[in-house]
Design a protein around this ligand. Structure first.
Ligand SMILES: [Zn+2]
Length: 264
């Protein structure tokens, strides 16, 4: 099973660029289907109110729960003091299975890490090049799993991405996704040094083409057992500990209220 661990969905409420304006899934889903991508992790675009944005994503996930996973986007500063509540709603009512945090919003906090630990959720934290924080996160929260997208830098910062490989090698709870990584030699080096068990296939859809991102994984020419880890096995392993006992995904009700304007 191929799982794309990184895709945005729903409306943003800014007008800076696609990343905070709109993440339409129509083209993404067509492209992903052609590439035989079976499941996709969805989280919001940048938004000034992640409670609202997460609800939008929940409706999309609920429209096809066999196709999507949801991650709860939280803002480390704006949601300070409310992270437990926000993530609790996402886990228990939306059936979400992870947390998304972006350094461009604010630096990750102990509050977020503690909530992740409580629910045994992975945190997908875009460090925006500040990979040194991985040292502290690994030291302080060895029982929380972190997925660092773009091998540490969407901005193609070679130094950051190279350093990220060291963190993958040294810290059992540090993982990286492959979305948007352009320097192919670094992907090869990451697999060689850290092992296929530390990388997850992600596209950063809908803004990047999932088949193009998937082709990078195929181009690594790994043995099938290692390739399948990157393409979905590692993500499934990360989910195996999520505490879902109280979760009640709002599949039926939310699916009925979905509006296509959110998608497209
Ligand atoms: Zn992204």
């Amino acid at each position: 099973m191929i799982i794309d661990c990184h895709c945005h969905a729903g409306m943003g409420d800014g007008l800076t660029g696609p990343w905070d304006t709109r993440a339409p899934l129509q083209d993404y889903l067509r492209r992903a289907a052609a590439a035989r991508i079976h499941r996709t992790v969805l989280f919001a675009a940048f938004n000034s109110n992640y409670a609202v944005a997460n609800q939008q994503v929940a409706r999309i996930v609920a429209s096809n729960p066999g196709r999507f996973y949801g991650f709860a986007f939280v803002h480390a500063e704006r949601d300070r003091g409310h992270v437990h509540e926000r993530v609790g709603i996402a886990v228990k009512h939306y059936g979400f299975v992870g947390i998304k945090v972006h350094r461009h919003d604010a630096a990750i906090t102990r509050e977020i890490c503690a909530v992740a630990r409580n629910y045994a959720l992975p945190i997908l934290y875009d460090v925006a090049g500040e990979v040194s924080v991985c040292e502290l996160l690994a030291q302080e929260y060895p029982d929380v799993n972190f997925i660092i997208p773009h091998l540490g830098s969407f901005a193609d910062d070679w130094c950051a991405q190279l350093s990220m490989i060291d963190h993958l090698v040294r810290h059992p709870n540090m993982y990286a996704d492959t979305s948007g990584v352009r320097r192919f030699d670094l992907l090869e080096q990451a697999v060689k040094r850290a092992g296929a068990a530390k990388l997850l296939f992600g596209s950063d859809g809908p803004w990047l083409h999932p088949a193009v991102e998937l082709a990078k994984i195929r181009a690594l020419r790994l043995p099938p057992s290692q390739e399948s880890l990157i393409l979905g096995g590692n993500f499934q392993n990360l989910l195996s500990s999520v505490k879902h006992s109280e979760s009640l995904p709002m599949t039926g009700r939310l699916a009925k209220t979905i509006t296509t304007s959110i998608w497209f």
